[in-house]
Design a binder for this molecule. Structure first.
Ligand code: ADP
Ligand code: MG
Length: 644
């Protein structure tokens, strides 16, 4: 077979290699650095595919085989030992060794029994629970050998196993490997150590991709190949993993680096928490808005007449009592009032004042001689005085009869006139005509202009001043505003309803809907942004983590994991992180919502679904955030990942 690596200058790493390895062989591979030794091992162990040529294992051709098939064969046939150990950091010695048979579909207890046995074989029976970072190089390599033993495969392949070790540890490692060969395992070792190579039964020399067999005389090669001895306990099925083991493996993998995992969980928790908080607050706040809206539902319809020309139909209708009565008779009308605005006239508190020097005041006539107002001081002290109110409900609730010759002064006008106490029935002069003040308007509700005006009955006003236009102020029952706004103009001024300007609140139900929809959309966007941020940060962090674990995934693939196994592993971790983050985020959001509602003294609206929603959201975030990392991990090629 041959192997070339494509590139600008293709590397012919192996040139027409012809090799036959028998069971029980002990082969040493020597050669200068970069000559193709590792490439040869990758070919032997199916970690890589030859460019040309054929390769048979136990009579089965390996050419054109699927990825999964090759994973199966690797799982069944080969165990690996590397110069840089490739142990899983953050995991115990026992876990690392049990990993050797993880992809053989064996029960955990079987795998651990085999691992303990293997560790005793390599002399590490006392260090089962140590983390591999705390071991010496020699000990680590013996853990790797134990992992190879525990995998129960007939062939052990070691790529410069003593390269990182001192002489004594190196010798120990080689002795252990040779004992395995004596037990029947096939041993293929790449080494720079002449002493080591000299003990092998066969020696291969690799140079510039060419492999030659070094003659080692007859002694070693005459040893009959031994029967394969793998204990039935560790046979299992090839390239399979038990579901529970996969879950447990992911769980342990997560906690190998607790700080990193906690950071990932926090990232998800923040995103989900933020999302749930905006969602929860939106429900709470929506409730508030609706409530507010219902409390202040607008029950006022204001109609304005066009400019009034005396003697016209419009003038007559706008100022007539029958028109006012028609408005009051409309369905849904609680009360109605027509104010007629007249040209300004001078108002004085003393007679005989030169009127040219007095600024005019607005004159308002109330049709029917009845004034409805929120607050009128009549000076009678009967409880109607200072009838102040801030609530809409009692607006226009005070009725004052304004008889012939009576006026009510707007509070601003009254104070500028400096009139005496109401009990003394003060008089004012309107354009020289005396009038009795029967009340002072202190609160005109929405008709703010009235506070500067002099209010009389419309009959009186018409005699003093020319009308300019009229306003009809209608108070309606809840929900009737729309209808009254439609029917009001015709009822009030039948000859020219189209000239009436209507100021009605938007339909409460539509308005409420609009507000709710707007808020809902806004908060949905906020929630989406929060979740997107969580997904992106998780994607980023998980992809980085996967790249840092390239060696681990390479090793897993080498010992028989299929791509799908790697995919599941990373995805399971992401789901765990997502679920944990979601749960945490849900609790965080509940706390925040509670805090906000307490501060705002709102009624908290907390859904019992918050927690499951949080977990589900977290899982979704985990799924999406882990997707890219999962793909990355699954694409890792073992021969690339394990080169270091
Ligand atoms: P050795 O193990 O004997 O030191 P290798 O088998 O690792 O040598 O490499 C043989 C040659 O192939 C070297 O020139 C190396 O740079 C090249 N090579 C190995 N792996 C790759 C690869 N994945 N892509 C491109 N070139 C590679
Ligand atoms: Mg090498």
């Amino acid at each position: 077979m041959s192997k070339s690596y494509p590139g600008d200058v293709p590397v012919h790493a192996l040139r027409s290699v012809d090799l036959d390895i028998k069971q029980g062989d002990y082969i040493a591979i020597e050669g200068p650095s970069g000559s193709g030794k590792s490439t040869l091992l990758n070919q032997i162990t199916l970690l890589d595919i030859p460019t040309t040529g054929s390769y048979q294992i136990r009579g089965t051709d390996m050419a054109g085989r699927s990825d999964n098939f090759r994973a199966e064969v690797r799982s069944a046939q080969f165990a690996f030992i590397f110069q840089s150990f490739h142990l899983l950091a953050g995991r115990t010695v026992l876990e690392n060794v049990a990993l050797g048979s993880l992809y053989r579909g064996l029960r955990m207890s079987q795998r651990e029994d085999a691992a303990v046995e293997a560790l005793q074989f390599v002399g590490l029976g006392e260090k089962l629970d140590k983390r591999t970072e705390n071991l010496s190089g020699g000990e680590r390599q013996r853990v790797a050998i134990a992992r190879a033993i525990a995998s129960g495969t007939p062939v052990i392949v070691a790529d410069e196993p003593t390269g990182n070790l001192d002489t004594v540890s190196g010798r120990q490692v080689m002795e252990t490997l040779e004992r395995l060969n004596e037990g029947g395992s096939t041993l293929v070792v790449v080494t720079h150590d002449k002493e080591v190579a000299a003990r092998a039964k066969r020696r291969l020399w690799v140079q510039d991709g060419k492999v030659t067999e070094v003659d080692v005389g007859s002694a070693a090669s005459q040893l009959p190949p031994q029967k394969l001895q793998t204990s039935p306990m560790t046979r299992g099925r090839d390239s399979r993993i038990r579901f529970i083991d996969a879950i447990l493996d992911a769980w342990r993998g997560m906690w190998a680096f607790p700080r990193k995992t906690v950071a990932l969980i926090m990232a998800v928790a923040l995103g989900v928490g933020l999302g749930l908080t905006t969602l929860g607050l939106s429900q709470t706040a929506r409730f508030q808005v609706s409530d507010l809206f219902d409390a202040q539902r607008n029950q006022r319809v204001a109609l304005s007449s066009p400019e009034l020309e005396p003697g016209t139909f419009v003038d007559a209708e706008a100022t007539a009592e029958v028109s006012l009565q028609r408005l009051r008779d409309l369905r849904g009308v609680e009360s109605a009032q027509v104010y007629v605005m007249h040209d300004e006239k001078p108002v004085t508190s003393r007679p005989g004042v030169s009127l040219e020097l007095v600024r005019g005041s607005p004159i308002v006539g109330v049709v029917g001689g009845e004034l409805f107002a929120a607050g009128v001081d009549t000076g009678s002290g009967d409880g109607q005085s200072e009838a102040q109110s801030t609530q809409m409900d009692s607006e226009l609730s005070r009725l004052v009869a304004v008889g012939s010759g009576d006026v009510v002064l707007g509070s601003q006008l009254a104070s500028s006139l400096e009139i005496g106490p109401l009990l003394a029935s003060p008089t004012v002069w309107v354009d020289g005509h005396p009038r009795r003040v029967v009340g002072i308007l202190t609160d005109s509700g929405l008709q703010v202009g009235l506070l500067e005006a002099l209010i009389t009955s419309e009959e009186d006003a018409a005699q003093i001043s020319r009308p300019s236009y009229a306003n009809a102020e209608v108070r309606v029952l809840p929900g009737a505003a729309k209808q009254v706004a439609e029917q009001g103009p015709l009822a009030w001024i039948p000859s020219a309803p189209e000239l009436v300007t209507v100021d009605a609140p938007p339909d409460p139900s539509t308005m409420r809907e609009v507000i709710e929809t707007n808020m809902g959309t806004m908060l949905a966007v906020l929630t989406g942004v929060a979740l997107l941020a969580a997904v992106l940060s998780l994607t980023n962090a998980m992809t980085t983590a996967v790249l840092q674990r390239t060696g681990e995934f390479g090793l897993r693939r080498a010992i028989g994991a299929r791509r799908i196994h790697i995919r599941s592993l990373v995805l399971t971790e992401a789901l765990f992180i997502g679920a944990a983050g979601g749960l945490l985020g849900a609790y965080l959001s509940l706390l925040v919502i509670l805090a906000v509602t307490i501060v705002q003294s709102w009624q908290p609206v907390i859904s019992p679904l918050a927690i499951p929603t949080g977990v589900l959201g977290g899982i979704l975030v985990g799924l999406l955030g882990g997707l890219i990392a999962t793909g990355r991990a699954a694409r890792i090629e073992p021969h690339d990942a394990l080169r270091v």
